[in-house]
Write a protein that binds this ligand. Structure first.
Ligand SMILES: Nc1nc2c(c(=O)[nH]1)N[C@H]1C(S)=C(S)[C@@H](COP(=O)(O)O)O[C@H]1N2
Ligand SMILES: [Mo]
Length: 300
């Protein structure tokens, strides 16, 4: 409930931030009037409030541009995103180098500008624009033996000052199980608040996996590989004890060095208490069945 898809939007809904705030007031009003029934508490209405553009774009994790939260906003302008191409390879019918425009060719405008609001695990509510990863996987044709999708970020030492340091195993890599990748919540984001995604947030295209911790949402993707083996992820490679492959938001499984039972939103003002972290980041109804029968303490 903390984040919601809406898939019934049109171009007219992709509005600047000011109009978003109006929409939010409308939404807040509807919630207040109990339009969604008794399950809606004031805390949930609060959770729908998008974080401001300034906070979303000035407090980031993108280690290729430095490990400080302010480093990506200061440094990521050097990334040249023009002529961007994504190499799609592995177990697909139509491997090749695709532009984002080619990958999304044939999708309706509504499909390409799907809007999404996300409470990232590190506590922002981002109104992403993008499309479902499934849309492009269907387009390239996933072969029957494929079980996982692997992703890679660009590795450009001349444009990425942070890759001089061995803080992570470059290029940044992430992976999903195929059924996770095909879930309609799994988004390829190309925008925020209806504007092009800024470099520090992963321009021109990044993954957003709403029910997993933020680091699964790999930025500035240049390669997508379909494979039958669990792919490496940079965080798991750097510290397997602390970061597992699944990385599902799970308040009951603690990170070895801290509890994950509470989280705090950025930009919440003076009265900004930490709130309980929700199982699967609030998407339990949508995704819990993906993990039926799995021991989530073992597969963390
Ligand atoms: N290539 C790359 N992708 C990345 C990261 C990174 O360092 N490099 N950081 C991850 C982490 S830890 C988080 S919390 C999110 C942050 O996304 P945001 O800055 O858009 O909020 O990006 C993820 N994707
Ligand atoms: Mo993160």
């Amino acid at each position: 409930m903390a984040c919601r898809w809406t898939n019934d939007l049109t171009q007219a809904d992709v509005t600047p931030e000011s109009l978003w705030l109006n929409r939010r007031q409308v939404i807040g009003g509807a919630l207040g009037a109990g339009a969604l029934g008794s399950i809606v508490s004031p805390a949930m209405a609060e959770a729908l409030k998008p974080t401001s553009w300034d906070d979303i774009t000035s407090y980031n994790n993108y280690y290729e541009f430095g490990t400080g939260k302010e480093d990506p906003a200061a440094n990521a302008h050097t990334l040249n995103t023009s002529g961007w191409a994504i190499e799609v390879d592995g177990m697909v019918d139509a491997p090749g180098r695709y532009s984002v425009a080619t990958l999304t060719e044939g999708l309706t405008k509504e499909e390409r500008i799907y809007r999404f609001r996300c409470v990232e695990a590190w506590s922002m509510v981002v109104p992403w624009n993008g499309f479902e990863l499934k849309d492009i996987l269907d387009k390239v044709g996933v072969q029957s033996g494929a079980k996982y999708v692997a992703f890679e970020t660009a590795f450009r030492p001349d444009q990425m000052p942070g890759v001089r340091y061995g803080v992570l195993d470059w290029p940044y890599r992430e992976g999903l199980r195929l059924d996770e990748a095909m879930n309609p919540l799994t988004l390829m984001a190309t925008g925020i608040y209806g504007k092009s995604i800024p470099n520090q947030n992963g321009a021109p295209i990044r993954l957003v996996v709403p029910w997993k911790y933020g680091f699964k949402s790999i930025k500035s993707i240049v390669r997508i590989t379909l494979t039958d083996k669990e792919p490496p992820s940079s965080w798991n490679t750097s510290n397997a004890r602390e970061y597992g492959f699944y990385s599902n938001v799970n308040p009951t499984v603690d990170h070895p060095r801290w509890s994950q039972a509470l989280e705090r939103k950025i930009g919440g003002g003076l009265f900004n208490p930490r709130k309980p972290t929700l199982m699967f980041n609030g998407y339990e109804d949508e995704v819990a069945s993906l993990y039926d029968g799995m021991d989530l303490e073992k597969f963390f």
